[in-house]
Each structure stands twice: as C-alpha cells, then as structure tokens.
Design a binder for this molecule. Structure first.
Ligand code: HEC
Ligand code: HEC
Length: 76
C-alpha cells in the first residue's frame, strides 16, 4: 500500500512539472517582453493602438484568440 501511494505521488508530481514546462501559447517572435513568463509585444502600454489588430477591438481575443482579460482584470 505504501508503495502504491509513493508511486501515485511521483506520477502526480511529474505530470505537474510537464505542465509548467509547456507554454500555454505559441506566441509570435515579436512578443519579446516577458511579464512573469507571459510574453507581450512591445508597445503594450497602448493596446488600443498596438494590439487590437490581432487581439480584437475589445482586446478579448480577435484573430489571435488570446484575450487580455484572461490574465488582467478590466483594465482597458
Ligand atoms: C500581428 C498579430 C499580433 C499583434 C499585433 C499582437 N499580438 Fe499578441 N499574440 C498574437 C498571437 C498569434 C498569439 C498566440 C496565439 C496562440 O498561440 O494561440 C499572441 C499571444 C499573446 C500573449 C500570450 C503570451 C503568453 O505567453 O501567454 C500575450 C500576453 C500577447 N499576445 C500580448 C500582446 C500585446 C500586449 C500586444 C500589443 C502591444 C500584442 N500581443 C499584439 C498575435 C499578435
Ligand atoms: C497569459 C497571461 C497574460 C495575457 C494573456 C496578457 N497579459 Fe499582460 N501581463 C501578464 C502578467 C503576468 C504581467 C505582469 C504582472 C502585472 O503587472 O500584472 C503583465 C503585465 C502587463 C502590462 C504591464 C503592467 C501594468 O500593469 O502596467 C501591460 C501594459 C500588459 N500586461 C498588457 C497586456 C495586453 C494589452 C494584453 C492583451 C493583448 C495582455 N497584457 C495579455 C500576463 C498576461
């Protein structure tokens, strides 16, 4: 029984590690500004000018499918 529990813990632990290594998105190479591991494109201070073309007029995804509000609260 002890061995079984150990085994399950090891499996759990390693699957968590794998998930952390996998980036959630495969972002374009011009997204060079890393914020705690989430890469942003330069000009992030003016999303209405620099990000709407791909992330949508409302910054909720657009053609990129990545919404700013996934990680940020109502900010813009
Ligand atoms: C030319 C199109 C385009 C523009 C312009 C653009 N993005 Fe993106 N962005 C993408 C695509 C495509 C992805 C990845 C989508 C996927 O993998 O599903 C992405 C992903 C992201 C991610 C997720 C990265 C991660 O590691 O989780 C962030 C954050 C982001 N963009 C921020 C920005 C910001 C901020 C701007 C404006 C300054 C911007 N983007 C402008 C196309 C663009
Ligand atoms: C995958 C998660 C994620 C996505 C999606 C994302 N961000 Fe961020 N962003 C972060 C993190 C984490 C930080 C750093 C911590 C903080 O400042 O909140 C950050 C920081 C920022 C900052 C600088 C900090 C500040 O408050 O001034 C700006 C500006 C910004 N993001 C804009 C955007 C815009 C615009 C988009 C959509 C195009 C976007 N982010 C999408 C995770 C994300």
């Amino acid at each position: 029984m002890k061995i079984l529990i150990m085994f399950l813990l090891v499996v759990l632990f390693s699957s968590c590690e794998e998930n952390n290594d996998m980036p959630k998105y495969s972002s374009p190479s011009d997204h060079t500004i890393s914020k705690d591991g989430a890469v942003h494109k330069s000009g992030l201070d003016k999303p209405q000018t620099n990000c709407v073309s791909c992330h949508g007029e409302d910054l909720k995804g657009g053609t990129s499918g990545v919404s700013c509000y996934e990680c940020h609260s109502k900010k813009w």
